[in-house]
Design a protein around this ligand. Structure first.
Ligand SMILES: CC(C)(COP(=O)(O)OP(=O)(O)OC[C@H]1O[C@@H](n2cnc3c(N)ncnc32)[C@H](O)[C@@H]1OP(=O)(O)O)[C@@H](O)C(=O)NCCC(=O)NCCS
Length: 212
């Protein structure tokens, strides 16, 4: 079995992006796995055949990259793991990963990303196009940084956090698990678990349920 042959889980627009990232990183994408809508199974989407996700163990290629956005990603990965899929990490060849930075299993690091010295990107997180992760910054599992997010050095980003595109996070700040930083926000102080912050400087706009 070739290590370079993978499926991408999902068949919507983010899946198309993950397919391209995977190809740029040297993978051969053999198909898409549909998790939600059986009517899509058997179709060709993004130029690839669509298979039902739970048929995974019957297939000869078991490696997979999760191609869904932030809100559904944890549930999708849980299901993939339960079905015997092997998560694949994709680091785009035009991302800059400092030699001392680390990237967890199943993470996706898009083109133009810069990961600074001793930064850590945890399992199953997504670092979007052109995002900057400063030195000694910790990105928690299933967190998502949108395109162009700028998270400074020594920041702690909790599990399941979503930092939307173009947001800026000051150094030494902690973003609590499950929090959301709206696009364009400038975060200057810690964000509580499950909170959503917006604006410049960012303030909490609503309380959200903590991630489970
Ligand atoms: C946080 C976020 C999810 C809020 O979206 P939403 O809940 O759909 O909000 P709405 O568009 O319904 O807007 C609700 C209000 O918030 C305001 N608002 C929305 N986003 C805002 C932002 N980023 N900053 C400040 N105000 C914002 C709207 O103007 C609106 O104000 P109003 O009620 O006075 O008219 C959105 O700002 C965001 O960041 N989305 C992610 C975008 C992204 O990163 N995409 C990646 C593509 S790859």
């Amino acid at each position: 079995m070739s290590d370079h042959r993978i499926y991408v889980a999902g068949s919507r627009t983010f899946a198309a992006e993950v397919v391209d990232f995977a190809r740029d990183a040297g993978f051969e994408v053999v198909g898409l796995l549909e998790p939600y809508d059986e009517e899509r199974v058997g179709q060709t989407i993004h130029g690839l055949p669509v298979t039902w996700l739970d048929h995974g163990p019957a297939l000869t290629v078991l490696r997979v990259a999760a191609g869904t956005g932030e809100s559904r990603r944890r549930a999708l990965v849980d299901r993939l793991l339960a079905s015997g899929w092997q998560p694949t990490t994709i680091v785009h060849p035009r991302a800059h990963v400092a030699p001392s930075a680390t990237v967890g299993v199943g993470a996706i690091v898009a083109p133009g990303v810069v990961l600074g010295a001793q930064a850590h990107v945890a399992d199953h997180s997504v670092i979007g196009r052109g995002a900057l992760v400063g030195h000694h910054t910790e990105i928690g599992p299933f967190a998502t940084l949108g395109p162009g997010a700028n998270v400074a050095g020594n920041v702690s980003v909790g599990a399941d956090v979503h930092v939307a595109m173009g947001a800026v996070v000051r150094d030494h700040v902690t973003l609590g698990a499950g929090s959301v930083v709206a696009m364009g926000a400038v975060v200057v102080r810690d964000v509580p678990e499950g909170a959503e912050v917006r604006g410049v400087p960012a303030t909490v706009v609503e309380e959200r349920a903590p991630a489970t």
